[in-house]
Design a protein around this ligand. Sequence first.
Ligand SMILES: *Cc1c(COP(=O)(O)O)cnc(C)c1O
Length: 450
Amino acid sequence: MLPAKQNANRVDNDVFAQYESNVQSYARVFPQIFMRALGSEMWDVNGRRYLDFLSGAGSLNFGHNNPVLKQALIDYIVQDGITHSLDLHTSAKAQFLEAMQEIVLRPRGLDYVVQFTGPTGTNSVEAALKIARKATGRTNIVYFTNGFHGVSLGALSVTGNEFYRRAAGVPLPNAISMPYDGHLGDGVDTIDHLDRALSDPFNGIELPAAVILEVVQGEGGLNTVSIEWLRRLEELCNKKGIVLIIDDIQAGCGRTGSFFSFEPAGINPDIVTLSKSLSGYGLPCAVVLLKRPLDVWEPGQHNGTFRGNNHAFITATAMLNHYWRTTEFAESVVEKGSYLSNRLQSLVDCFSPHLIEVRGRGMMIGVVCADPKRASAITSNAFEQGLVIERSGAEDEVIKCMMPLTTSCPELDEGVDILARVIAEELGVRTLRSRKAVSTRSGHDLELQV
Ligand SMILES: *Cc1c(COP(=O)(O)O)cnc(C)c1O
């Protein structure tokens, strides 16, 4: 239920400015006090409704307070099910492990053991890097331009973003940056570049322990690698005995139209990191999936107090059972993704050269703006119109659509219509041509002044 007005007024707007650290970021872009959320909708303390095209940066793939997962969680709590368990064996964890094997891994021909790490994405990346170093006895990790892997020191050392790196306060060694697919322009295959860098004994690069990458770069601007590129990377890693780590923290759990982002390439990564939408419910949960020969840990050698969030295991298991036993859900993501992509493409066609292209895959796509300031104005104005949507990329130039995968078609249209309207307003293109292109698909007229 929405709060009584009187209740809402008790929230002091200044409390965050006064008492919370300056480090806040999303809160500055969306300066309201939120109170309630369901599916793809959020409400602030004044009862105003918003559509959520951010969904916890991809942590809410199954929507806010998903009713199926919520019921499983409520039932478990009512029965006094274990909440916190370090790494003790619990029935909730057993169910999750079984569901993961039976529903996700076995049907895809993937044989991994599961390491539960601390509950954040960066925790699982730290563990993955340690495993690769311990298993190979080497130190270097290759990462790619525009990659983002978290902000603790190890994960940060393989993250390209200078703004985040500067905050480390110490050098970030033992990591080598290489160009992502497409980074050196259309004519250059960056796998050739990587192969040469690793093969030439005169270039001073020691053989790395691992290569880490995102198949679709969430924070780095929705760049993607081609299937061919990914296959060649796997081949190169196999040839040289380098551990291939796919960071599927953001692109995994269905976001790109398959459970794992790398599935279309048919590769078999050595290690996969998962977090964000893994619990399905926005509860903290992270794992490393690793091939058995890489399970080189001695008992207790890597630990963490919050490795046993049983509430997350309950909702994760419910998520796997409900959405992943058949292909129906994944197909709906592909369908909605391509609908969204078409609508965004029509905006690009209309507002080129201010809008450059549509990027990404599945329901992890966005529009690249020529001028990052314009992207900023567009997302701010969208928020005024009741749409929560963020940007990504080196200069925050990409408007990124990350609505829950469960978003209904009318909601999808509603959000894209808002976006189309604010883009049209911001770019000030008020021609018949734009009117025609912008008002296609959803059938809603954008009331552009001609
Ligand atoms: C968000 C993210 C991380 C870090 O996860 P946190 O929970 O924020 O520590 C790592 N890798 C990728 C690809 C991410 O999107």
